[in-house]
Design a protein around this ligand. Structure first.
Ligand code: SAM
Length: 298
């Protein structure tokens, strides 16, 4: 890559990071409304499967409102510490409020880009005991390189854990929403295939296992978390507004948005969609031989 290309790629990444921050800032309240059904159970499972111990130091990447970071803080106890990083201030602020309500003093929510995060001096030189990331790695630019960098922040023998959507998840739900939305749009939506590609690379147990192994980890464990959520109107609409689907409504007048909502619920009933499939894969592995954050800085 020429130096011009490198500069251009960096500028693209900056623009993308700003867009992600703006999207999740706008979506934060709705996003958090579905935490008890969607993000919370997966975050809790990820923490259990990661086998955190009292006193561990944990980095939670793309922590959002704390679905995995908060249970991680509980698991590592007062002698441990959790750094929860995210691009979106609004998401982080919600996490801070929850941590304060739960009297958790061992967690810090920090506005930071995972692609440039360096472990602060409170982290042992060897690196974090664990890096966790729930539904976030597929947002990172150049997912493989960004993930490899994160693994270098983990001490040798430490743990990495991610969650990702299972291939069937959200398919019928998203299709039904887009079918309801389509007739109300002034022009067709742009093709989203490229945007979905990173998540699709992790969406079966074999793919996720293969990806974690290729990243240089060992003792990979992938579990399937079945999560079929009753398709209530409140859930269905909150999930639209609290997810990437929200962007499809940008620029539509409020009465049109209301009509989309009505049509969406009608289609859900017509198609007999009683549950929303939010099934998830939880992958954990041991990190071997990177030699900690100091190596990365060389
Ligand atoms: C789907 S949300 C998941 C949030 C949380 N982990 C959960 O499970 O509820 C994805 C999060 O990743 C964050 N994110 C995306 N790219 C990021 C980056 N480069 N650095 C830090 N956070 C990022 C977004 O801002 C968003 O809050």
């Amino acid at each position: 890559m020429s130096s011009d290309d490198t500069v251009r790629a960096r500028e693209d990444d900056t623009v993308r990071a700003e867009e992600i921050a703006a999207t999740f800032d706008a979506a934060a309240a709705d996003f958090d409304r579905v935490t008890p059904d969607v993000w919370g159970p997966a975050g809790q499972c990820l923490v259990f499967q990661a086998g955190l111990r009292s006193g561990d130091t944990v980095l939670d990447v793309g922590s959002g409102t704390g679905a995995s970071a908060l249970p991680a803080a509980v698991a590592v106890g007062p002698t441990g510490q959790v750094h929860a990083i995210d691009l979106s201030d609004e998401m982080l602020e919600r996490g801070r409020v929850k941590a304060s309500e739960r009297a958790l003093l061992n967690i810090e929510f920090v506005t930071a880009d995972a692609t440039t995060w360096e472990a602060p001096s409170s982290v042992p030189d060897a690196g974090y005991d664990a890096v966790l990331s729930s539904y976030s790695v597929f947002f990172l630019p150049e997912m493989d390189e960004s993930f490899a960098r994160l693994l270098r922040l983990v001490r040798p023998g430490g743990t990495v854990g991610v969650t990702a959507w299972r291939e069937t998840a959200l398919r019928e739900y998203a299709t039904t929403f887009l079918d309801a939305l389509g007739p109300h749009l002034p022009q067709p939506l742009p093709d989203l295939t490229a945007q979905m590609e990173p998540a699709q690379r992790l969406d079966t147990p074999d793919k996720l296992r293969g990806w974690l192994t290729a990243a240089g980890t060992e003792a990979v464990e992938v579990r399937e978390l079945s999560n079929l959520i009753p398709a209530t109107e409140e859930f269905c609409w909150s999930f639209v507004l609290g997810s990437g689907l929200r962007a499809t409504l940008a620029g539509l007048a409020p009465d049109v948005v209301e009509q989309v909502r009505t049509d969406f619920m009608t289609l859900i009933i017509d198609r007999g969609l009683h549950t929303i499939d939010a099934s998830t894969l939880v992958g954990t592995a041991k990190v071997v031989g990177f030699g900690g954050p100091d190596k990365l800085r060389q």
